[in-house]
Design a protein around this ligand. Structure first.
Ligand code: HEM
Length: 781
């Protein structure tokens, strides 16, 4: 869209609207350019270019770009774009406001900085201003009307009013001589009036000084005349006159209008100088990958920055409180910190925000970004503010210290299929429904005694797994997926839930479901729900017929609860909980197993050590039982190391905050999605020595555990939303892995050498191996 509507972008100018012939984009300015330009910036970006008549104009609309222009590349952007009007009386050549940064300007700035606006000078003549404030109050009290102050203000208003309005000569310099709107002419009259007035003041003051009459004020005029006396090269009478003109014009209307806006509760509206005074670049300048061409006028839209909703909460409201705990001072402070102190992060592009930064391996790209922006950073993903946690300390703050505030879930639209998000323990907010489901899981399904009670069921499954592999071993083939169809179904669900969905970033698209993700998810969920329903009906039938099922498996347990406390859980809930458990438990466990196995094949020495431990503790060729795991420390270390390097759920399941929350010195704004980059924490070189090598030994003499207490290693999350399946997973993964490696020798399919094993990742809610592991079981010798 941008390339279609933009022209002449070959020079890599910032994007902008296509200009019309002759007038360029002047017609798009309207009579409130500070308001019309932010509207354009929403389309073309925070740094955009327009053609105003003949003049290339670059408009800056974000604090970050403002910082780049006004701080980082200060010098390149320090020229002024001089409006023709201020050439009246040759003022542009005398004026500190309009002179380019050069020796003349420097000398005038020095006089201003040291002799007029230094702290000591301001202190020294504070009594004069104090008197003026008294006079102002007295003036208001009398509601007096006419007077010098009133008249000079009118003139100044005329000058600055005229100088700020769009003028043809500034956009078509060829018209300069003609001055078609007679603006320079008006300006000359107004400048003339002020200069005449100063002339009178000067003569009066010089007379006083000549007569050595004490003036007793030591005001600005005195100071300037003293400088002129001491160093006539620095400043002379003409320059003093012109400086006074500058100071009156630049200082009167700005200050009085700020007071006026403040009085009308709009201090944050920098109505005084909405674009600062235009800058101009004298040479080509590179900025944010764009080229700002020599001669371009540069407008920094302070008005738009002051109302940027990504910087200011409730940006249109006048709230003095926002500055109370903030170091912000006045308008320039946007270059220092954001008002709400959101975590730092990359500047968002219009509309897409920072979505383009995610790439197809977001866990890796966000880990890289965190190196620049820190362990708690914020990004705008489309419309969604996303806070990414990338250090163990920050994860502890979020998942433990402030657990409750971070316990809601950010719900992908995909899981609204079949309204699953309203039934599911995975997606429900922390409330009574979620609590009751969690209680059932914790006490009735995943408690130690329950897991012990149905351990025999899992043991049978491990035997089936080994005998399935034995068939492959006899055929000399790689092991293929056994429950291929079901696994495909779960994979499809994970893939849809993990696929970046436009609807999640632009909720307005919800109804349209443009990528069809919710539609496909409805089909996949439908299949699993149907499968669960079939199992439940079958089981209910058996129970009705009083046929002993004899298994006391998860389904029996759930149906028992439904019978005893039907308010707690009903058949629909059971269906949906089975969907949750299938989806949350299968891909996570199988991918952990696959990564662990791949690492062992990649690291034959580790494999040999693991086999030796198993042979010694269990006996060669035997299947292991869950009770054996505690006697197999090296095997446990292998599983921990696999979970460190390859956490099955790399961002945890996204959290969300419902109110503004203070964390790690920042404000995480209400509604933000919170991702904990467990993958990055597991590879943080400040926590792990040689983090990219698979080295289970690192855990041998360590107490580190995966149960959510050690924030260096949190593959199951932590806090109240920690994975409820953890007690099951830490039994089954080592049992399956141990049984497989104790029952066979393993080789890579197709004679691939272990060093060549591809270990690329495929990002989704679960982190898969991009190329599924193909390994051949060989008989033990
Ligand atoms: C190696 C295996 C597994 C890993 C790495 C894993 C990881 C996770 C993670 C990271 C979360 C999110 C926690 C958070 O937000 O802090 C989670 C949630 C969950 N997991 Fe697991 N999981 C595994 C196995 C299982 C199993 C076997 C089951 C059940 C059969 C299961 C059921 C769940 C459920 C229901 C939730 C949602 C809990 C809630 O939101 O309250 N997981 N899992």
């Amino acid at each position: 869209l941008l390339t279609l509507t933009s022209t002449n972008r070959s020079k890599n100018l910032p994007p902008g609207p296509a200009p019309l012939p002759i007038i360029g984009n002047l017609h798009q300015m309207g009579n409130k350019p500070h308001q019309s330009l932010p509207r354009l910036a929403k389309i073309y970006g925070l740094i955009m270019s327009l053609k105003l008549g003949r003049v290339t104009t670059v408009v800056i609309t974000s604090a970050a770009a403002g910082k780049e222009v006004l701080q980082k590349q200060d010098l390149a952007f320090s020229g002024r774009s001089v409006p023709d009007a201020v050439n009246a009386h040759g003022q542009a050549q005398f004026s500190v406001v309009w002179l380019p940064v050069g020796s003349r300007w420097r000398s005038l700035r020095k006089v201003l900085n040291s002799n007029i606006f230094s702290g000591s000078r301001l202190d020294a003549n504070q009594h004069l201003r104090s008197k003026k404030v008294d006079e102002l109050i007295a003036y208001c009290r009398r509601s007096c009307q006419a007077g010098f102050g009133q008249r000079i203000k009118e003139v100044v208003e005329k000058i600055s009013g005229v100088a700020g309005k769009p003028k043809l000569v500034d956009y078509f310099p060829v018209l300069k001589k003609i001055d078609p709107q007679r603006i320079r002419q008006h300006m000359a009259v107004n400048f003339g009036k002020v200069l005449e007035r100063f002339d009178g003041l000067f003569n009066e003051r010089l007379d006083f000084m000549r007569l050595r009459k004490p003036v007793g004020s030591n005001d600005v005029l005195d100071v300037l005349l003293n400088v002129a006396e001491e160093d006539p090269d620095e400043i002379d009478r003409t320059l003093i006159e012109r400086m006074c003109l500058d100071l009156f014009v630049a200082g009167t209307d700005t200050t009085s209008s700020t007071v006026e806006w403040a009085m009308t509760e709009l201090l944050r509206n920098p109505g005084t100088v909405p674009f600062f005074i235009p800058r101009r670049v004298e040479v080509d300048v590179e900025m944010w990958g764009y080229n700002i061409p020599k001669g371009a006028q540069v407008l920094v839209n302070a008005w738009a920055i002051g109302r940027d909703p990504s910087l200011w909460e409730d940006c249109l409201a006048f709230k003095t409180e926002r500055f109370l705990a903030s170091e912000l001072d006045a308008i320039l402070s946007h270059t220092r910190r954001k008002s709400k102190n959101f975590p730092p992060g990359p500047a968002p592009l219009p509309i897409i925000g920072s979505l383009h930064k995610l790439g197809d391996q977001p866990h890796q790209s966000l880990a890289k970004l965190a190196k620049d922006y820190g362990p708690i950073m914020s990004l705008k993903l489309g419309r969604v503010t996303t806070v990414v946690i990338s250090s163990s300390d920050a994860a502890k703050e979020v998942l433990q210290k402030q657990d409750i505030a971070f316990s809601s879930r950010s719900i992908p639209d995909a899981v609204n299929a079949h309204s699953q998000s309203q039934f599911s323990v995975v997606w429900l907010p922390v409330g009574s429904r979620w609590r009751s489901l969690r209680k059932i899981l914790n006490s009735n399904i995943f408690s130690g005694s329950r897991l012990d009670a149905n351990q025999h069921l899992r043991s049978t499954k491990v035997e089936e797994l080994v005998s399935y592999c034995r068939k492959s071993c006899q055929a000399g083939e790689a092991v293929d997926d056994s429950a291929k169809e079901f696994k495909e179904l779960v994979r499809s669900i994970m893939a849809e839930a993990g696929r970046p969905n436009l609807v999640d970033y632009f909720p307005v698209l919800k109804k349209i479901d443009p990528q069809g993700i919710r539609r496909r998810m409805t089909v996949h969920f439908g299949k699993v729900i149907e499968l669960c329903r079939g199992l439940i009906n079958e089981r209910l039938e058996l129970r009705r017929l009083n046929k002993p099922v004899g298994s006391n498996d998860v389904l029996d347990v759930l149906l028992n609860i439904a019978e005893v406390i039907p308010d707690e859980i009903d058949v629909t809930h059971i269906e949906r909980m089975c969907l949750d458990l299938f989806v949350a438990g299968s891909d996570t466990t199988s991918s952990t197993l696959e990564w662990a196995m791949a690492e062992l094949l990649l690291n034959p020495v580790t494999m040999a050590k693991a086999k030796a431990e198993l042979e010694q503790v269990i006996g060669k060729g035997k299947i292991i039982e869950e009770a054996d795991v505690s006697r197999l420390p090296y095997l446990q270390c292998i599983v921990k190391e696999a979970l460190r390097m390859h956490p099955a759920v790399p961002f945890l399941i996204p959290r969300r905050v419902e109110v503004d929350v203070e964390a790690c010195g920042y404000t995480v704004p209400k509604g933000a999605q919170v991702l904990v980059n467990v993958w990055a924490i597991g590879r943080d070189p400040t926590l792990w020595e040689d983090p990219l090598s698979f080295n289970p030994e690192r855990f041998l003499a360590s107490e580190l555990d995966v149960r959510g207490r050690d924030f260096e290693l949190i593959p199951f999350g932590a806090g109240r939303r920690i994975c409820p399946g953890l007690p099951l997973a830490i039994r089954t993964v080592p049992v399956m892995l141990g049984s497989l490696i104790n029952s066979f020798n393993w080789e890579l399919d197709g004679g691939v050498a272990s060093k060549e094993l591809a270990m690329e990742e495929k990002f989704g809610i679960t982190l898969q191996k991009a190329q599924p592991l193909r390994a051949v079981p060989m008989p033990l010798v």
